[in-house]
Design a protein around this ligand. Structure first.
Ligand code: HEM
Length: 340
């Protein structure tokens, strides 16, 4: 055998493969076969949460810069890594099929030995939600959400919530988009007349039952003041809508991809929540969770409420058809294109 790195040492398999201690194997208890699956599944989820946090952390670091240059790999990296997060989340959804091979009776063999432990106490999952931008006041159950944690772990979550989350960093990045403030790009017209014209076209596109959308459009996009409940300011929303509308221009393709991947993350987490909730219903019915919550009802509330990037999805209500888009100035078109 050659010298150098040795597989099992490099991966520290001695630690990982010796970390499955079944509660049901403790003295005086009856071995429960499926407890091994239960432990391995949870451990593998935690490993993947670690990878997801690693990717999200690196993306947040890039967005924390005061400027992201179009001539750097930054935006590509952000998109690439978040796409990886989406793929991991899809894989985590599919692993629920494996848990579901454990029947309710199999679970009952060891369920009571686990109290009060629960995935509800997953620090990494709560840290991920906080890093993306879920705030305590918007959490289903509010403070209850951290009540099942040890005080030092609850503090870790509170501290994480004080750090600027990804959605706030993206809001700032959108607010910095140069194409509205720089008068160099709007010589034959100006930005406010662009939005006035857009409003007219949008208003004409609304069906009778949608007329109220115009007031929402004005409040969310054209007003200057931001609502404390909003994650995206009107300025950032204008930039995001502009990116969605003119995404065929080369310079806007990656920013558009980024907005899309954020929506994919929200969707993938929601699908995971839904599959987890249905699995829970199937395995424990309407009984309370080992973490002490109402079980399925708690999970259903979290599923309905815990969306982080939904304000981007909301912007699609303000789109107009491509062939009605206001024509951009020559300067702006050449800035967004390849300079012809
Ligand atoms: C037999 C399998 C499982 C059952 C019966 C189950 C049950 C539950 C229940 C009832 C809750 C609500 C809190 C409580 O009262 O405990 C919960 C929360 C949670 N579980 Fe599971 N779970 C299972 C598997 C998993 C797995 C494999 C993971 C992966 C890490 C996981 C992660 C979570 C997370 C992150 C929460 C918090 C969700 C939120 O607050 O929105 N669970 N689980």
């Amino acid at each position: 055998m050659k010298d150098g790195v040795y597989y099992s040492e490099y991966l520290q398999l001695d630690k990982i493969l010796n970390a499955q201690t079944l509660e049901s194997d403790k003295p005086g208890r009856e071995h429960a076969h499926d407890e091994m699956l239960f432990i391995v599944i949870h451990q593998s989820y935690e490993l993947w949460f670690k990878q997801v946090m690693y990717e999200v952390g690196s993306v947040m670091e890039i967005f924390s810069k005061s400027k992201i240059s179009d001539n750097s790999p930054d935006l590509y990296m952000v998109h690439h890594r978040l796409k990886r997060v989406v793929n991991i989340m899809h894989m985590l959804v599919s692993k629920i099929d494996i848990i579901e091979t454990m029947t309710p009776l199999d679970f009952l063999d060891f369920r009571d030995l686990l109290r009060p432990a629960s995935g509800f106490q997953s620090i990494q999952f709560k840290l991920l939600e906080a890093a993306l931008g879920l705030k305590m006041e918007n959490r289903h159950g509010k403070e209850y959400y951290i009540s099942q944690l040890k005080p030092e772990d609850a503090q870790i979550i509170r501290d994480a919530e004080k750090t600027k989350p990804l959605i706030a960093l993206i809001n700032e990045w959108l607010e910095r988009m140069p194409f509205f403030d720089d008068t160099a790009y709007w010589k034959d017209t100006n930005v406010s007349s662009f939005w006035e014209k857009y409003k007219e076209i949008y208003s004409a596109s609304l069906a009778d039952g949608e007329k109220n959308n115009l007031a929402v459009f004005e409040k969310q996009l054209l007003s200057e003041g931001s609502d404390p409940d909003w994650s995206l300011s009107p300025k950032a929303r204008r930039a995001a809508l502009f990116i969605m509308l003119y995404r065929d221009y080369p310079l806007l393709q990656l920013p558009f991809g980024l907005i899309n991947v954020l929506l994919e993350i929200d969707e993938a987490i929601s699908i995971w929540r839904y599959r987890h909730m249905s699995m829970v219903h199937r395995i424990i019915g309407m009984r309370t969770g080992t973490g002490g919550s109402t079980g399925k009802d708690y999970l259903s509330g979290a599923l309905a409420k815990h969306h982080i990037f939904s304000e981007f999805a909301g912007l699609t209500s303000f789109l107009i058809e491509r062939n009605k888009l206001p024509q951009l100035s020559q300067e702006l078109r050449s800035k967004l294109g390849f300079g012809e």
